[in-house]
Design a protein around this ligand. Structure first.
Ligand SMILES: C[S@@+](CC[C@H](N)C(=O)[O-])C[C@H]1O[C@@H](n2cnc3c(N)ncnc32)[C@H](O)[C@@H]1O
Length: 260
């Protein structure tokens, strides 16, 4: 029996301000890097792509401009609404759906490539779920289709976790302060973070919002094991979005390219 859908994060205010908080993120360069891998490891130039955990759709929009046809899903209906509003404002034809990747079932399959970026896959924390997700992804790909995804690298998480972080953002008259209080569960390889968002308005009133996010950090070889168990072959492991960097214990994010 399939698992019931998970409870979404990035709801309400957290989805509203997502793009503001990640305005500095290098989405364009990341999409260029993914594009380079698509061209490198596939004979096609235009792909039918499925994005998992797409958030507000920014990577999808960049990739669409390169000539790809894209379906994108996210667990959070609020993030999908934001993505749809953005799509309408720029005339994008990306198809967005609110769906749990653990229940992935997209009638437009097969896809030439599945992508899952900015650690969305790390919301999948149990071995059995990770394995069944990979099997579902495999079933959505053409033979020799590409799976390109990014995950938290365990050594960096263990060495460098900053248990308390505060970030500040000014948006017109409103000031947002985001407090992140994090801890690790070493046995289950979990990064648990409690976010408290303070919205300070021009009139001095303040509203508080909270969410807890639980992510798993992974080792390369455990991912390699799950990939091979579900019919994938890993082709390349990158230190983030870089061709030249060597993966070390300080590499926070690893991008993997695998084929079905
Ligand atoms: C850090 S955000 C990354 C969003 C987007 N990929 C980006 O680069 O901006 C993680 C996203 O994964 C989504 N997510 C978490 N668990 C999910 C699941 N089981 N199925 C689909 N999406 C999920 C969240 O709702 C959130 O939008």
């Amino acid at each position: 029996m399939p698992k019931p859908a998970q409870k979404p994060n990035y709801t309400g205010k957290f989805s509203e301000i997502y793009d503001l908080f990640y305005a500095h993120k290098t989405y364009t360069q990341e999409a260029d890097f993914v594009q380079a891998q698509l061209l490198n490891f596939s004979k096609k130039t235009a792909h039918k792509i499925l994005e998992l955990g797409c958030g507000t759709g920014t990577h999808s929009f960049h990739l669409e401009k390169k000539g790809h046809q894209i379906v994108a899903i996210d667990l959070s209906p609020d993030m999908i609404n934001k993505a749809k509003i953005k799509a309408a404002s720029i005339g994008s034809r990306v198809s967005f759906f609110a769906q749990d990747m653990l229940l992935l079932d997209q009638p437009a399959r097969p896809f030439d490539a599945v992508i899952c970026l900015f650690d969305s896959i790390c919301y999948i924390t149990e071995n059995a779920d990770f394995e069944s997700l990979l099997a579902r992804i495999h079933a959505h790909l053409t033979p020799s289709g590409l799976f390109i995804f990014e995950f938290w690298n365990a050594p960096a998480m263990i060495k460098h976790l900053d248990p308390i972080r505060l970030s500040r953002l000014q948006n017109g008259a409103e000031t947002y302060l985001k407090l992140s209080e994090a801890e690790l569960d070493y046995q289950r390889q979990l990064y648990k973070v409690n976010y408290t968002l303070y919205e300070v308005r021009a009139n001095g009133t303040c509203q508080t919002y909270t969410e807890q996010h639980i992510n798993r950090y992974y080792q390369i070889q455990e991912i390699a094991y799950f990939l091979s168990k579900t019919g994938f072959t890993p082709l390349k492991w990158f230190a983030g979005y870089s061709e030249d960097e060597i993966i070390t214990g300080d590499t926070w994010n690893i991008l993997c390219v695998a084929h079905s």
